[in-house]
Design a binder for this molecule. Sequence first.
Ligand code: SAH
Length: 240
Amino acid sequence: MIRLWVPDDLAAGAALEPSREQAHYLVNVMRLAPGADLALFNGRDGEWRGTLTEVSKRGCRLAVGARLRPQQAAPDLDLIVALVKRTRLETIVEKAAELGARRVRLAITERTNADHAKVARLQAIAIEAAEQTGRLDVPQVMEPQKLPALLADLGEDRRLLFCDEAGEALPAQTALAGAGGEAWAILIGPEGGFSPAERQAIRALPAATPVSLGPRILRADTAAISAMTLWQSALGDWRV
Ligand code: SAH
């Protein structure tokens, strides 16, 4: 069944008017006709059955029926990724949605070549990936921040899995094996890696655990996917 993220509150009997893009997708791309059912979610109220009730030149209308699934909180995992090249960053955001990250924080570091990102486009990619992957929430893609401010903003009770390809570090799975399931953030650097000063400052953080993702240097997207996979299997919702 097609899944659609909507910003509206969801309750039985509500009537919704999707955006023009969404109406185009439902009617012209997926060729739904009045009476067709789909699943609606907004990240707050769980997943609800929606029925296409009206199609017009202006758009379409949906009626909300029964609740299909109650809202569940995703594991509290932030992915912090340095601003890498656009297509690779788009891949990382899509994989973060599939792998259950709750937020994607974009970091400006000493070696990032960009200091801005098309956050609206990245958020749309996150929504589309959340629809496809069956999530009940959508990862929030946040505006880029300089790394020191971003790390200061994390909150002292969030553990930091610092993926450090250069320094002495425990294998990530070893560091995660004995850890608790509280709030975590995974930190991935840019194509040029972290500077020595950055590495020193990150390692000095009490909440930081430097880890290795193996003997090979991974591209930022590979590293992000690998680290999120290890975290989900050790501490997240991949455990039975
Ligand atoms: N400085 C590297 C490139 C950085 S790779 C080079 O020498 O070419 C981009 C990011 O992926 C790194 O900053 C790190 O966060 C992560 N990463 C890549 N390979 C890793 C590994 N083997 N262990 C830990 N982190 C790794």
